[in-house]
Ligand binder design. Sequence first.
Ligand code: AHR
Length: 343
Amino acid sequence: MRKHILYPVLAVIILVALCSIMIIGELSGYFLNPTRDFETEMTDDKLIVVGISQLGSESVWRTANTDSIQKALSRENGYFAIFSNARQKQENQIKAIRSFISQRVDYIVFSPVTEDGFESVLIEAKDAGIPVILMDRMANVSDDSLYVTHVGSDMKAEGIKAGTWLASELKKKNIADDPVNIVILKGTEGSSSEIGRSEGFHQIAADHPNWNILAEVDADFTTTKAKEEMGKLLREFRDIDVVVSQNDDMTFGAVEALRERGYTTGVNGEVMIISFDACHEALTMVYNGVINVDIECNPIQGEYVSEVIRKLERGETIDKEYFVDEEVFTKDNVINALNSRAY
Ligand code: AHR
């Protein structure tokens, strides 16, 4: 009989002891590491709170860009960064920005997937008094006070470099006046990298009536889509001389599709390849003569963004545009970049 009374009493004692241990553990954990608390962390005066809306992770370049901004805006550097990956969807970017506004972050760093469609949410950020820094790509807005600055590449200049390289290469080969059949694999339609690179290349092509642009197709900056699109182009056109591929990831897909159909590419090949980005794998292909030229797009933009924020914190004036340094790589000059490139 006594046994029956003891069991429930013992159970209650054990339960109370366990609860006490958990509560004490929670409290001591809190006092030992108060930064675990999100609210406390965000309101820590010493940290600058930044919401980062990255557009996706579609390319090697993008991964390097994400890495660069996360390293620059680290806790050790005095930041509390809230990172959001939109997985290439505009609505996800808009949601992320709205959430940064409601969390009252100090700054928003934002890489717009396409140029159009962000005006309203940027007005909301401005009304909330949150400075927006555009990173990598631009946004098309009627009022440029909706962002404080843009840190990124001069995409049109990159397209011009591609066209200028092709013109001088054809001249070197003494075929500058021969008909040249070109196909263009474009990045995400409506993104500033696609718009700028297309505009720049077309500007040079306009001076060369013998350049026949057979087709321009959207391959969304991805290897899989580019391989598929290149396959279709090869079924449609028998005589392609030049492939302009607006990023390295698409170039990998295009080269695969060409090889599978028996074409050779690059310096001694049948099809010239012009690529953009200059990531390590593509530079290796430049070195091996598989890609003719790679127009660099520099993803290491985190330090520039951090510098802009520091200037704003000190009340200094900043420029409306900061372009990162970029080069053009061919077999002749690629070796140093290849040896030092981390992405
Ligand atoms: O906006 C920069 C472009 O976006 C890079 O060329 C490409 O690789 C990325 O996806």
